[in-house]
Design a binder for this molecule. Structure first.
Ligand SMILES: *Cc1c(COP(=O)(O)O)cnc(C)c1O
Length: 464
């Protein structure tokens, strides 16, 4: 599958009517104070009891400023906040909601599971059905273990990899996110392979040092890591299309190169498909790019909006996991009936509705339109898009790894985000999060988004 990387052309369109623009902005100023008044009140109260007022840091809007918007409900592609403002949602709970909010089949399945009992702590038939559906979609999965989050899935997969190889070190890529486990909160290190340094307070340096950091799209940095630590590297873990430094696509040969290098060195290749699984295609990035990993981590979509993760892969590796093997991994709510029912219903709906081509077509129209709109305002951007995912990098130079992504102008993104928010478009509240479409987004949504984007780029231009 060819990745799409679009850059603005040099053409400049007609300037917006400045009188009209001034009027609209005055309206913005007048209404600014009461538009989010409920959210402001709720956030002030939340901060007294919840750390930073939120349960996951990026929700606090630190990267874009202003008050986080408190949501009341969602339906399809639309989100409604506590002030009654309506948004076209491109965040979609960070990925799970590929079918949009409150999809009828998913809601029905989860509700009826809850009515039958929220949790048993004993095996249920539906877990096997979901595992079978995962195996059918991703042929690299021979045995599966379910968890309650993507973080746990990655922790489990790497423990299995270490148990299987008898080695301790793991290679990751700067800019790739694999959840908040201690030894993976390591991102730093540019260019060549570097010894991991913790990216978070409270992570022991010695734990982080088992993680070697390489550069995305740079096989030389991986070869360097293997020539230095090859015999102690258990696995290379990678987002096959990176979606946590903004969307950064693998260049041709990168994933194939990782497959070759790991195989030649007796290390495992782990694909973190927590975002890309059932999003790049029904069979994930591994099907789209035709590269087969040894282990795969899943999450987000497979829980249909409920807490869920899974990892799996080759039988002989997964047999190292308890109760078959000595690598312990467990969870009170793992394979939770509501989450499993929602996930199963979501996968069935995806199979039935097969929305992938349509979503990808709309996302591509959006990407082209965003490039044109940015060019008209003379704002330099790099718009990356594949399948239903996209990112607008406010950057003059191409983005292919963390170093180049980090050069993007975060303030420009913040300005763009705020303008879009006021106009009823909810983007991820940070430059380095990937925006997504659901199967419910329509051409009318795209057109409305592009109209808003034209104004938003104009407001970014005024910053410069
Ligand atoms: C979201 C994400 C995770 C972590 O999943 P949680 O459910 O938030 O723990 C891991 N890897 C990738 C690639 C992700 O996008």
């Amino acid at each position: 599958m060819a990745g799409l990387v679009r850059r603005p052309g040099g053409s400049r369109g007609p300037a917006l009517d400045s009188g009209l623009r001034r009027n609209d902005e005055e309206k913005d100023c007048r209404t600014r104070d009461d538009r989010f008044s409920q959210s402001k009140k709720l956030f002030a109260r939340a901060q007294k009891s919840l750390v930073g007022g939120v349960n996951s840091p990026v929700r606090a809007f630190k990267a874009v400023g202003g008050t986080p918007v408190f949501m009341r409900s969602g339906k399809g592609a639309a989100l409604i906040d506590e002030d009654g403002n309506r948004y076209i949602d491109y965040c979609l709970s960070w990925g799970p909601l590929i079918l949009g909010h409150a999809h009828p089949a998913v809601t029905r399945a989860a509700s009826s599971a809850v009515r039958a009992g929220a949790s048993f702590g004993a095996p249920t038939q539906a877990e096997t059905l979901l595992a079978e559906a995962l195996k059918k979609a991703l042929p690299s999965l021979e045995l599966v273990r379910m968890t309650s989050s993507g973080t746990e899935a990655v922790m489990g997969a790497l423990r299995a990899a270490r148990a299987f190889t008898g080695r301790d070190r793991v290679v990751k890529f700067a800019g790739c996110y694999h959840g908040h486990a201690d030894n993976l909160l390591v991102a730093a290190g540019s260019g060549a392979a570097t010894l991991g340094k913790p990216d978070s307070d409270g992570v022991p340096r010695s734990w982080a040092e088992t993680t070697m950091v390489c550069s995305y799209n740079d096989l030389e940095s991986v070869r360097a890591a293997f020539s230095r630590w090859g015999k102690s590297i258990a696995a290379v873990i990678v987002e096959p299309a990176a979606a946590n430094m903004g969307l950064v696509l693998p260049e041709p040969g990168f994933l194939e190169g990782l497959r070759k290098i790991t195989r030649a060195n007796g290390a495992l290749l782990v694909f973190d498909e927590v975002i890309t699984g059932f999003r790049m295609s029904y069979g994930g990035a591994q099907t789209a790019y035709k590269v087969r990993p040894d282990l795969t981590c899943l999450g987000k979509i497979i829980g249909g909006g409920f807490p869920m993760g899974a990892y799996g892969g080759k039988r002989k590796i997964m047999e190292r996991v308890a109760p078959l093997g000595g690598a312990y991994q467990a969870g009170t709510l793992s394979g939770n009936p509501a989450a499993v029912a929602a996930g199963l219903a979501a996968l069935k709906a995806l199979k039935r509705e097969n929305p992938y081509a349509r979503m990808s077509g709309l996302a591509s129209e959006l990407a082209v339109g965003l490039c044109e709109a940015a060019a008209q305002s003379g704002v330099p951007v790099q718009v990356h898009q594949i399948a239903s995912m996209f990112t607008i990098f406010f950057s003059k130079t191409p983005v292919r790894d963390w170093d180049s992504a980090a050069k993007a102008d975060r303030q420009a993104y913040a300005r763009f985000f705020q303008s879009m928010l006021k106009q009823g478009v909810y983007l991820p509240p940070a430059q380095f999060e990937t925006a997504m479409l659901s199967s419910c987004h329509t051409r009318a949504d795209i057109e409305r988004t592009l109209r808003a984007a034209r104004r938003a780029f104009e407001s970014v231009k005024k910053m410069c």
